[in-house]
Design a protein around this ligand. Structure first.
Ligand SMILES: [Zn+2]
Ligand SMILES: [Zn+2]
Length: 394
């Protein structure tokens, strides 16, 4: 099975040829674009020319061009400069020693590139372009194609806009003053774009079975700001929620009609879990495997192969091997002959061969058990572990 860059974790050391295999990119150059995986691999080689530097989660990356002044429209300098528009995902490697590349994770351009003086290959002073990058908050977020829809595109306020949902990261003004500024790009969502200075619009926020009154008000002074202000009870509720959970609190505004918004509260820990679950599911599909490390993922490809599935059902039947759930017993006609097939052998132990012994290697599992088995990408449960859990919990 083909390896993909999804299996990389920050800190992992790889060789040059592994980089080009994993990303489908060229095997030379410091900035490598892959159209195949829509990625841009950046290599910061400490043993070479450029003076890249790092501060906390920020990385100041010097563009390409070894001689004379660098150009922002030259090859991958352009790709990186436009990376917030072209949705290419940026992956950084640092080489501290020759030919060993340490993966640092996925980065994003957080500000306009700027120019500074550095020496070129012939020791002449020249202008280079420096790209301010920041490590993406969630290290495990590697599948940019899944998340590109919701990526922040070059804005740094505390709002995120998805289809018909606007998400506000709670801050001091939400917690203490019961209000927040609505930036320009969020105004269409709240249908407040056409409000004039001094005007206001009333809306209703619905949280579970509660209703709260809120107002969008356009301040009459200087540059008109749109403020959303809600009644005190909602502020209390947000504070109460924040005290119970870990991490940043997010307020989801879900559009109902132009005067009504459902709200729900969430926090970063939940989102990390959801994220991790999605990635675990993706890894099942891609069957990522890491040779030479303990971790090995199991391949959904084999589990979905109709012939394997048919053979497994013939041999093992359609009752869950872990919890005895039977779909036909529960769902009648609709559930007849339905079962998922789990492949219990790590792919790495298959070596180069893809031969499967359906009697030994495949087991029938109900959808619930199967999902739990795969839920943690770095720890796929064995049948023994799964049964032990079921015994303990019942
Ligand atoms: Zn089961
Ligand atoms: Zn499975």
């Amino acid at each position: 099975m083909k390896r993909t860059y999804l299996e990389l974790v920050p800190g992992l050391e790889v060789t040059n040829s592994e980089i080009s295999d994993l990303f489908g990119c060229a095997n030379q150059g410091e900035m490598r674009r892959s159209l195949k995986t829509n990625t841009l691999v950046l290599i910061s080689d400490k043993t070479k020319l450029y003076q890249d530097r790092e501060e906390d989660s920020f990385f100041y990356y010097t563009g390409m061009g070894k001689l004379g002044a660098q150009s922002l429209t030259f090859q991958q300098n352009k790709t990186l400069a436009k990376s917030n528009e072209n949705n290419v995902s940026i992956h950084l490697f640092v080489a501290y020693k020759k030919r060993i590349y340490t993966y640092r994770g996925q980065y994003e351009l957080i500000n306009e590139p700027f120019q500074e003086h550095q020496l070129d290959e012939e020791k002449n002073n020249r202008l280079v372009w420096v790209f301010p990058l920041r490590k993406r908050l969630n290290d495990t977020d590697k599948s940019s194609y899944t998340y590109s829809q919701s990526q922040k595109v070059g804005n740094h306020d505390s709002w995120d806009l998805h289809h018909n949902v606007a998400v506000k990261t709670a801050d001091q003004s939400t917690f203490e003053y019961g209000e927040t500024v609505i930036p320009k790009r969020i105004r269409p969502f709240f249908k407040s774009t056409n409000l004039k200075e001094g005007e206001e619009k009333e809306i209703t926020l619905i949280y579970q079975e509660y209703m709260f009154f809120a107002k969008i008000k356009v301040q009459a002074s200087g540059s008109p700001r749109h403020r959303l202000r809600w009644e005190k009870r909602f502020t209390l509720l947000i504070n109460e929620y924040a005290n119970r959970v870990q991490g940043e609190v997010k307020i989801y505004f879900i559009y109902d009609d132009e005067k009504t918004y459902k709200v729900s509260l969430s926090h970063t820990d939940i989102m990390d879990t959801v994220h991790t679950d999605v990635i675990a599911e993706e890894l099942e599909q891609y069957g990522a495997r890491t040779e030479g490390r303990i971790t090995s993922y199991y391949g959904k490809k084999y589990e979905r192969d109709p012939i394997n599935r048919e053979l497994a059902i013939q041999i093992h039947g359609v009752t869950c091997a872990a919890c005895n759930f039977n779909f036909e017993q529960k769902y009648g006609e609709r559930g007849r002959d339905f079962i998922e097939i789990h492949h219990i052998k790590p792919l790495s132990s298959l070596g180069g061969s893809t031969e499967i012994n359906p009697k030994e290697d495949l087991v029938p599992l109900c959808a619930n058990c199967h999902r739990m088995v795969h839920r943690q990408k770095d720890h796929v449960l064995t049948m023994e572990e799964l049964k032990e859990i079921l015994q303990k919990e019942n």
